[in-house]
Structures are given as C-alpha cells and as structure tokens.
Design a protein around this ligand. Sequence first.
Ligand SMILES: *[C@@H]1O[C@H](CO)[C@@H](O)[C@H](O)[C@H]1NC(C)=O
Ligand SMILES: *[C@@H]1O[C@H](CO)[C@@H](O)[C@H](O)[C@H]1NC(C)=O
Ligand SMILES: *[C@@H]1O[C@H](CO)[C@@H](O)[C@H](O)[C@H]1NC(C)=O
Length: 384
Amino acid sequence: MFSFVLPSRNKRTYKRRQKMHFCYTIWFFILFPLSDAETQHACQKFCFCKDGTMFVNCSGVSTTSNLIFPPETEHLDLSNSNLHSVPTKGLVYLWKLQILLLSGNYIYRIEERAFISLERLQKLDICRNKISFLGNSFSVGLISLQELILAYNRLQELHYKSFQHFENLQNLNLKNNNISSIETGTFRSLTHLRKLCLQNNHLHTLHNGVFSMLKHLEVLNLEGNAIKTIASGAFTSLSSLTILNLVQNKIEHIRFQTLLSLQTPETHILLSNNPWFCDCDLQRVFAKLHSVRRLILDDYHNVTCMEPHILRSLPLASVDTHLCVAETVTVLVITFTVLVTVVAAIAMAEKNRKKRTGKHWSDDNEVTYDAHNWASNNYESSAL
Ligand SMILES: *[C@@H]1O[C@H](CO)[C@@H](O)[C@H](O)[C@H]1NC(C)=O
Ligand SMILES: *[C@@H]1O[C@H](CO)[C@@H](O)[C@H](O)[C@H]1NC(C)=O
Ligand SMILES: *[C@@H]1O[C@H](CO)[C@@H](O)[C@H](O)[C@H]1NC(C)=O
C-alpha cells in the first residue's frame, strides 16, 4: 500500500536519503491512522510484539506477504511463517530494522532490490528456504549488513554483482547449498569479511583469485565439497587466515607452494578425509609443510592414503618415511647398474687395449724373430 509513495530509489546519496526520509515521514503522518490500525492489528492478532513494537515476533504464524509491520521495528522474526516470497512491501519503510529473520520458509526467489531500504540491517537470516538464484541487486541497500545466512538453500552459482554492496559484511554463511561455481572476484567487495562458510557444496576447483581481497578473512570452511584442483595462487591474498578447512574433499595431491602462500603467523589447516595419493612427492610436500612453523596441520594423524592400493586406509604419518624408499632403491639400483656397466666397460677397454698392445709387441717380435729366423735359416740352408 506504500509503494506508490516511494520516489525513485536508485540513487543513494545521503542528501537524497534525508529528503526521502522527510518525504516518508510526511506520508506516514498522513497515513498514520490507517497504518497504526494495521500495525496494531498485526501485533495483536498475528505477532508477538515487545518493548513497544521494537521486537516483532511472527515466528511460527502463517503470515502473508502483504503484512504491515510497525515502522519502529528493529527486530523482526518471520521464521517458519509459511512465506513464499520476501514480504518486500512490508519491509520497505522499516529503516530502523537491524535484525531480520526469514529462515524456514518457502522463499525460492528474491525480488529485485528487495532489501533496498534496510540500510541499518545488521543481520539477515534466510537459511532453510528454496533460493536457487541471487539477483544482481540482492545486496543493494544492505550497506550495514554484518551477518548474512543463506545456508540450506539451493544456490548453484555465485556472481560478483549479487555481493557488491556488502562492504561491511563480516560473516557469510553459504553452507549446504548446491554451489558449484564461484565467479572470479565474487568476494571482491567483502573486504571486511572474517568468516566464510562454504561447507557441503559442490565446488570442484579453486581458481587463482577466487578469494582475492579477503585480507581480513580468518575462517574459511570448505569441508564436504568435491574440490580436486587447487590453483597455487588460490589462497594468496588471505593474509589473516587462521583456519582453513579442506576436510572431506577429493584432493589427491597438493602443491607445497599453494599452502606456503598463506602468510598468517599461524594457520591451522585441516586435510583429512581426502583421497590422498601417497607417493614420494606427497611425502616431500608434507615434510616441507611440517618444516614451516606457521602452518599447523591439526589433523595430520587422520590423513590417510587412498592410492596406491597397497597403502589404502593407512595413515600417511605411518608410511610417509617409506614412500621415498622405493624411489631411493630404484635410484640406487640404477646407479649401481650404471656404475657396474661403466666399470665393466672400462675394464674391458683396458683389457682390450693391453691385449692389443701386448700382441703388437710380441707379434712384431715374433714376426721379426721368425723373419730373422727364417732369413737366417734360409741363409743357413742356402749356405749349406
Ligand atoms: C519468536 O518466538 C518463538 C516462539 O514463538 C521463539 O522460538 C523465538 O525465539 C522468538 N524469536 C526471537 C527473535 O526472540
Ligand atoms: C545441484 O546442481 C547440479 C548441477 O551442478 C544439478 O544437476 C542438481 O540438480 C542440483 N540439485 C539441486 C537439489 O538443486
Ligand atoms: C581423527 O579422527 C577421529 C575418528 O574419526 C576423530 O575422533 C578425531 O577427532 C580426529 N582428529 C582430528 C584432529 O581431526
């Protein structure tokens, strides 16, 4: 019912907002008896309201998208309220709103600029809905938002445009979605982010720069994805990271450089429940990781081998000193073989040389001698 009073909302300069406030206030004044009656109605009949109408709790009540809430509402609980969409009309004049809970509904689509006037909102919880797509204007207006919970939805792809106005976001929870792709630079605007939960999604590759600009990120949870490939620069800009959880992915091998690029004084890295390919290379990587004091492999004793078959399920810790043995033995055998061959060749050559030189002398002697003999014999015989 208020939408017709709203001026164009695409410019957000302070002056303009002030003007808009004034405009809204006038309209509220005019519409006050009506809106008051509605809110009274909502608070008395549907929802539980506390401290005047600052806390409005409609949780568990089947509401409709057309509900009107008191304009002074600061905390609004609309969880488990049978909602099929965000009640945008009801939210549009709630400038004081700080906490909005929409979890456990059936919301599958978020309208364009649904939260545009909620510039004081600090926490938005939309978990356990059916959202598969966040529009380009999803973040518009939410410049104060610190915590966003989108867990247990059906998101598949994340795009930069959906997140570009979350400049104060500290905590982003995207766990238990269906996310398989993150556009490069998606988190570029989230320079204050401290915790990013992406566990139980379908990520398979971490590209270079996927977490760029997250220099205040402390916790990155990627547990339970399908990550197999991690680009060596994927974690480069995470200069505050203290926990990196990569448990239960599809990692067979990791490069030393990939983890070395974490520059925090202390980063705890979790790597168990991956199908590690235990070879000499892996042994070397882990040996080097152990030697870097700032990288702490908390669950190293739970890191087990998947391949080669003979080592399956064995802890890497119990076999890692032997992994290069075979290689060393092979190298030794090859070296030994080469050495023996070379020595044999030299010996043969020497023998041949000796034999050849010896024969030459004696042959010459014999020939001379024989010739001499023959000559002298001949001479003797002819003389006789
Ligand atoms: C709202 O009320 C429900 C029970 O009716 C309660 O479980 C919930 O915690 C309340 N919400 C808030 C934010 O207090
Ligand atoms: C999850 O995403 C995959 C494609 O990445 C799709 O095939 C599948 O149907 C999705 N599942 C759900 C529950 O949306
Ligand atoms: C290792 O695995 C065991 C059994 O699954 C678990 O109880 C323990 O907490 C794990 N340790 C670490 C450090 O993850």
